[in-house]
Design a protein around this ligand. Structure first.
Ligand SMILES: [Mg+2]
Length: 123
């Protein structure tokens, strides 16, 4: 489905959902950022105290993968509200950020490395 839906269509759907409930009045950027952060914590909670093998096992379990998808969707919904509320074009922001990261992390010095950009050779 990811290859069929656009961000614009998904944003329109969540905005329609929100507006039908008159919730925009609660959606100032500060509250949306807090909601986004809380949803990220809910996603983290699913992995909390799990070992790497347990996480791999989780990913084989359809019900747990469903829970992961629900929390990721919550995060995405908040991000869509936030981009709308702040007038941010998410695709444009992502493409710009990727260009910045390509400069910060040249393939020649970052390939296979887990170092932060300022620790890479030649930084
Ligand atoms: Mg949630």
């Amino acid at each position: 489905m990811d290859d069929r839906e656009t961000i614009a269509v998904l944003r329109e759907r969540v905005i329609r959902f929100r507006d039908a409930r008159n919730w925009e009045q609660f959606h100032d950027p500060k509250n949306l950022v807090m909601g986004l952060s809380i949803e990220c914590a809910e996603l983290q909670e699913l992995f909390l105290w799990k070992s790497e093998p347990e996480v791999r096992e989780m990913l084989e379990d359809d019900a747990l993968r469903e829970r992961l998808g629900e929390e990721m969707a919550d995060i995405f919904v908040f991000l869509l509200y936030l981009t709308k509320g702040c007038g941010i074009d998410l695709s444009e922001a992502l493409i710009k950020k990727l260009a910045v990261n390509e400069k910060k992390y040249p393939v020649e010095t970052s390939y296979g490395s887990n170092k932060k950009y300022d620790q890479l050779e030649g930084a």
